[in-house]
Design a protein around this ligand. Structure first.
Ligand SMILES: [Zn+2]
Length: 271
């Protein structure tokens, strides 16, 4: 599932192409992906201009010139492509938004969605999201305080969107590796110095993910060489039994709240 770096990469590339651009048409082949009929969606959107694209956690918000927002969550398997019919990947497209310069294709939206909402509705929908990892007010101690009442494994809360938004399975494992903390460590056992290391590792890993263009498997446009640069870069995520890149110890895979977690038993010491 795309996480903060993947959505941030999309946001930047979308901004380059559609900020200030006018929508000239839409096509919906799966009405379940939107919150209106295909007809109403088309008449609401055609002629509107996208002012800018904002990211909140793993969501993207397309701000329209009439004050409404298109709220996108890709969930599992969703992706975006910008270009024309000849360039686009040979995958089922659920929604297309056409601009003068090209079309934005929403692909693989089986669980994902694209909803047209008023400001109030959008705020209500996102009201329970925790702070963004890059929120300036989220200092190391404010970060630690978000976990105060939790007792379970650190990874389970790290990917809880109410605690902090934008972190998922892959980057959680990577930041725990960078901080030298095992994913199954019980939250009450973490000391102040552990929170400081994890807070720093969170920024470091997410910044690196963004700089490398995240791990999405398909490019956003023809000729896009940025997207997917984080693939093959993971230190522990999805590398069971492979040698740790730091110490050579085989990476261990465990299950936490029915999700996989990966760690190096040597670099990440048990507390
Ligand atoms: Zn190691």
């Amino acid at each position: 599932m795309p996480e903060l770096p993947e959505m941030e990469t999309y946001r930047k590339m979308l901004t380059d192409r559609i900020a200030g651009a006018r929508i000239v048409g839409t096509e919906v082949t799966r009405e379940k992906s939107i919150n209106l009929s295909a007809e109403a969606f088309d008449s609401e959107l055609t002629g509107r201009t996208v002012w800018f694209v904002e990211r909140r956690g793993k969501y993207l918000l397309f701000h329209l010139d009439n004050g409404k927002r298109l709220v996108l969550h890709l969930m599992l398997g969703g992706l975006l492509f910008f270009g024309n019919e000849e360039e686009r990947p040979d995958r089922t497209v659920q929604v297309t938004i056409q601009f003068e310069e090209g079309s934005l294709y929403f692909i693989g939206l089986r669980l994902g969605f694209l909803h047209l909402l008023s400001v109030k509705e959008a705020d209500a929908k996102l009201s329970e999201l925790g702070p963004d990892p890059f929120d300036k007010r989220l200092t190391a101690s404010a970060f630690a305080a978000r976990f105060k009442k939790k007792r379970g494994a650190i990874k389970t809360s790290l990917i809880d969107q109410h605690v902090v938004s934008g972190i998922g399975n892959c980057y959680a494992d990577e930041m725990l590796f960078a901080a030298g903390i095992r994913p199954d460590t019980k939250i009450p056992l973490l000391a102040e110095s552990d929170w400081e290391r994890l807070h720093e590792a969170m920024h470091k890993v997410l910044v690196e993910g963004i700089e490398r263009g995240g791990y999405m498997e398909l490019p956003f446009t023809a000729g896009d060489t940025l997207t997917g640069g984080y693939n093959d870069h993971c230190a522990v995520y999805d590398r069971p039994n492979e040698p740790c890149r730091v110490c050579g110890t085989p990476i261990v895979q465990i299950e936490l709240s029915s999700r996989k977690a990966f760690y190096c038993p040597s670099c990440q010491k048990e507390i």
